[in-house]
Design a protein around this ligand. Sequence first.
Ligand code: SF4
Ligand code: SF4
Length: 141
Amino acid sequence: MTHIITSLCLRDGGCVEVCPVECIVPGLPQDKWPWYYIDPDTCIDCGACIPECPYEAIFTEDEVPAAYEGRGGEYLSMPAGTAGFSATWEGDNHHGVKVKLTSAKALEAGEVVDLTPDIQPNYEYFQKGPGYWDGWQDHGK
Ligand code: SF4
Ligand code: SF4
């Protein structure tokens, strides 16, 4: 098993700093890989990242919700061009650095979304995407 970062990720970056095996990487290019991603082959399932995420975006793989019910006001983000994701989210990350996500969507209270399709990109980022790029540990500082 592994832990999974879902589309609730708004690139806060706090999770990176608590991971004992340094297996969480910010996605680049951001328009294609908008979240941070956990390397499933390296994650030791310690659970330290879950409470660090201010957006509650991280789950164990078997607990990624198939029917996540929105509280209202939280955002999902997706790769550029994803249908229905036309909002912009702007905020500060863990280090006070500005983050801007341009393919986002606000959830309505009670809106139900399936987050299980978000599992695969965590694998794909390391299999087909850039994975551990030079300087990822300093990103956003
Ligand atoms: S702490 Fe949460 S929002 Fe921030 S990068 Fe990690 S998963 Fe994404
Ligand atoms: S569960 Fe532990 S090892 Fe896995 S990504 Fe989170 S902090 Fe890292």
